[in-house]
Write a protein that binds this ligand. Structure first.
Ligand code: SF4
Ligand code: SF4
Length: 299
């Protein structure tokens, strides 16, 4: 039985038995290279579910839409999705008892932007999705049952994780500044990066509170950079490198380079840490330790 058939079967069974009242997976979108999220609430709808090389969306973000309901939700999770589920559980954003996790060993997915340009006849030759390059955990880190992958593909190369960061670090100060100015001058502040990010789980975002005067609504380099740096620091220690922010950016900004620079610095300062891999391990910038040397110095 193919993975897609197993997904449909399990979704149908879970809904029929009343174990859950919603299954979140993927379905075919408007184009052959898109497989957006699907919200399945009846057993009859289970056949809408698909599994193919374009199931790129990280589904964990949608749990936030149901955090104040009584819904019991089954969620399909690849490695990256599962890490964000761990983060949401750690942040008490969703109760584990209302969640049923169907794990998928991800074989590495394909670049839907390249697919849109190259056409369906090149489907077999598509490059790995940028968000999958450098992936360290293709297998789910948390699940209630594990389903096998149904398509074959190239897994990411974890050694490439900091490749882009190192290229920027090798530049002079002026070159680095020019790199980021050129990038963020193009930002249109659509907030797609924030809206898709499962680590952006604040109930009210600072960038929607215009009356505070922290950041104006108008686009402009300084405001754009203030937004970029603030968001990157807000997810510091909580970013799972799922790559969704960069995938959805219509301006194709190098958001992951900024995220990974912060991760690299945190690793250097506090020791190696990967967000969302363990339920027990606390993120470096949220843990309080009375024996922290900085704390001692300030006393
Ligand atoms: S998705 Fe891209 S263009 Fe939109 S706000 Fe984020 S960085 Fe700017
Ligand atoms: S900042 Fe980007 S890579 Fe990090 S968790 Fe959010 S969407 Fe994923």
């Amino acid at each position: 039985m193919s993975l897609q058939d197993k997904m449909r079967e399990r979704a149908r069974e879970l809904l029929e038995s009343g174990a859950v009242n919603m299954v979140i997976g993927w379905e075919k979108g408007t184009f052959w290279y898109l497989s957006p999220p699907a919200f399945i609430t009846t057993p009859e709808e289970a056949d809408r579910l698909v599994w193919d090389e374009f199931c790129l969306n990280n589904l964990s973000k949608y749990l936030l839409d149901y955090r104040n309901t009584d819904d019991k939700i089954a969620l399909f999770v690849k490695g990256c999705d599962s890490r964000n589920v761990v983060r949401l559980l750690q942040d008490n954003q969703f109760p584990r008892e209302r969640l049923y996790l169907l794990g998928i060993k991800c074989p590495g997915l394909k670049d839907s932007r390249a697919a849109s340009l190259l056409g369906e006849e090149k489907r077999a030759e598509l490059p790995l999705a940028p968000k999958c390059v450098g992936c360290t955990h293709p297998e789910p880190v948390i699940y209630d049952e594990l389903l096998e992958a149904g398509v074959s593909g190239d897994l990411g190369s974890p050694e490439k994780r900091f490749e882009d960061v190192e290229k920027i670090e090798a530049m002079s100060y002026d070159e680095r500044y020019a790199f980021w100015v050129n990038a963020y001058a193009r930002c249109i502040r659509c907030y797609a990066c924030r809206n898709v990010c499962p680590a952006c789980d604040c109930r009210e975002c600072i960038f929607d509170r215009t009356q505070t005067g922290w950041c104006g609504k108008q686009m402009g380099l300084t405001q754009n950079m203030f937004f970029a740096i603030t968001r990157a620091l807000h997810v510091a220690g909580r970013c799972t490198e799922c790559g969704e922010c960069e995938r959805v950016c219509p301006q194709r900004l190098p958001i992951m380079t900024l995220n990974r620079k912060i991760i690299k610095e945190l690793n250097a300062l506090f020791g190696p840490y990967e967000a969302g891999v363990s339920l027990e391990a606390k993120p470096p910038v949220v843990e309080y330790r009375p024996d922290d040397p900085d704390f001692e110095e300030r006393r």
